[in-house]
Design a protein around this ligand. Structure first.
Ligand SMILES: [Zn+2]
Length: 111
């Protein structure tokens, strides 16, 4: 395969990976903050903790996708749909470089 073709994608993925890792550690530290003793504030904090946990989950899932995409770049399967084996297409890869399925398989409207 043409390695140069995905140089930009690799760079984007690595940048996203660093950004997500920073975001996750920030969220994580925030979530570990001790709760305020005041009960009203505690309730508000608890609600916040749930939101924060959801955000952390989302970031962790995205990071996993990016790591998997970087792995596919290394083993040469990057840009190939894992479901049908067709090329995902450069347009979709440019919009979402961590894609592992083509638009058809991911059930998305065409870009
Ligand atoms: Zn497909």
């Amino acid at each position: 395969m043409n390695k140069m073709k995905y140089d930009k994608a690799r760079k984007q993925l690595l940048e996203k990976k660093i950004e997500l890792e920073k975001r996750i550690s920030k969220i994580h530290n925030h979530a570990r903050n001790p709760l305020n003793a005041d009960s009203a504030e505690q309730a508000a904090e608890l609600g916040n903790v749930e939101v924060v946990a959801a955000l952390e989950m989302e970031a962790i899932e995205e990071l996993a996708e990016i790591k998997a995409a970087l792995h596919r770049l290394d083993d040469g399967s990057y840009g190939i749909c894992i479901s049908c084996g067709e090329e995902i297409g450069t347009k979709r890869m440019a919009v979402r470089p961590e894609s592992h399925e083509c638009v058809d398989c991911a059930n998305l409207p065409p870009i």
